[in-house]
Design a protein around this ligand. Structure first.
Ligand code: S3P
Length: 206
């Protein structure tokens, strides 16, 4: 136990999933899809899982049922992932690691990769986006800055691996992640290190 009262990541019994976390727009879905192809594992985005179950978009959930309801769904999905024993790749919504009850769940689910971006880089990627309810405000960049400041410690606490994903080519980011996983004893198919092709955008289906 660290002197902040938090358990260190090494003290958690890790499950076999690969979990991608990070701020909105940090590339979790696109990196997740490529990793799915390369590691031959199915990929799931928890936002999509929630949308499919509820039958409406995240924006509509926020609007009609409220953020609190959405956050409860996130925790419920995390519990299901924890009990899912087939190793998969999961990308979590940008706010999921913030809740104190979610953090131990995330850390036990599997190996957690935090895709880190600077606020200005997020803004560059999400300018004009209308699908993130939290950024539909007067000054989205200020909102990104304040949310990021608040959330960064949570992301760092959950992460086993931190990758800066701002200005790098996607292939380099993937290579870094694969190397980090290999260093942790993961078996990485040698062909995974080859540069991406269009097919790498197609995740494995079950
Ligand atoms: C949110 C991030 C979104 C989605 C919801 C709330 C957040 O997911 O879960 O809009 O609180 O940061 P992405 O990180 O996939 O955009």
């Amino acid at each position: 136990m660290s002197n902040t009262g938090h358990k260190k990541n090494s003290e958690y019994q890790k499950g076999g999933h690969l979990v991608l976390i990070g701020f909105m727009g940090s590339g979790k879905t696109s990196i997740g899809r490529s990793l799915s192809y390369k590691l031959k594992r199915a990929f799931y985005d928890t936002d999509k899982m929630i949308e499919e179950r509820e039958g409406i978009t995240i924006s509509e959930i926020f609007k009609t049922k409220g953020e609190k309801y959405f956050r409860e769904l996130e925790t419920q999905v995390l519990r299901e992932i924890r009990d899912d024993k087939i190793p998969r790749i999961y990308s979590l919504g940008g706010g999921t690691p913030v809740s104190l009850q979610n953090q131990p769940l995330i850390k036990t689910i599997g190996t957690v990769v935090y895709l880190r971006l600077q606020p200005e880089e997020v803004w560059e990627r999400l300018k004009g986006d209308t699908t993130r309810p939290l950024l539909q405000c007067e000054d989205p960049l200020a909102k990104i800055r304040s949310l990021m400041k608040l959330r960064s410690p949570a992301y760092e606490r959950c992460a086993d691996i931190i990758i800066d994903n701002g200005s790098k080519e996607r292939d380099d980011v993937i290579k870094e992640i694969l190397e980090e996983l290999q260093n942790r004893g993961w078996e990485i198919p040698p062909e995974s290190y080859k540069p991406s092709t269009d097919a790498d955008n197609t995740e494995n289906k079950e």
